[in-house]
Design a protein around this ligand. Structure first.
Ligand SMILES: [Zn+2]
Length: 143
C-alpha cells in the first residue's frame, strides 16, 4: 500500500518498482540510479525528441505534435494532436477524434474516437509484455 499522496511507479530503465511522492516530477531510480520522470508530460507544440518517457501520462494536446523514436508512459497516453513514435504504454491509450497517429502501439487498452487518423503502425492490445498481468486480464473482458 502506498502512503497517502504517494504512488508506486515502475522505472522504465530497469523495471524496478518504488514509491515516490505524489508531487514529484522526477526522481532517481533507487535501483539503477538513472533519472526517472514521474510527472505527466503535456505536449502543447511540436516536440521532436529521440525519446519521451515518463511513469505518468503522456498527453498530446490538439496543437501538440510528438515526433520520437520511442514514447513510454506508465499511466497511459492521450493524443488529441499528432504523434509519430513507437508508443509503449502501461495504461490506457486514447486517440482523440482530431488525432493523427503513426507508429506502433503497445498498451493494455485502446480507445479510438471516430475521425481519428491512424496512418500506420502495429498495435498490440493488450500488450504482451508491458504492464501488470492483471491489467491485461481486465482489458480482455470487454465484449
Ligand atoms: Zn531503474
Amino acid at each position: 500500500m502506498a502512503r497517502r499522496g504517494a504512488r508506486i511507479v515502475s522505472c522504465y530503465h530497469c523495471g524496478h518498482r518504488f514509491e515516490v511522492s505524489g508531487k514529484a516530477e522526477s526522481t532517481s531510480c533507487e535501483k539503477c540510479n538513472q533519472r526517472v520522470i514521474v510527472g505527466d508530460i503535456v505536449v502543447k507544440a511540436l516536440m521532436p525528441v529521440k525519446s519521451v518517457e515518463t511513469c505518468g501520462k503522456l498527453v498530446v494536446q490538439r496543437k501538440g505534435s510528438v515526433i520520437a523514436e520511442r514514447a513510454f508512459a506508465g499511466d497511459g497516453v492521450e493524443v488529441q494532436g499528432s504523434i509519430d513514435a513507437h508508443v509503449v504504454s502501461g495504461g490506457p491509450v486514447i486517440i482523440g477524434r482530431y488525432a493523427r497517429w503513426r507508429g506502433d502501439c503497445e498498451a493494455p487498452t485502446l480507445e479510438v474516437a471516430g475521425g481519428a487518423r491512424i496512418a500506420s503502425g502495429r498495435f498490440a492490445v493488450p500488450a504482451p509484455c508491458t504492464g501488470p498481468a492483471e491489467a491485461a486480464e481486465t482489458a480482455g473482458s470487454a465484449p
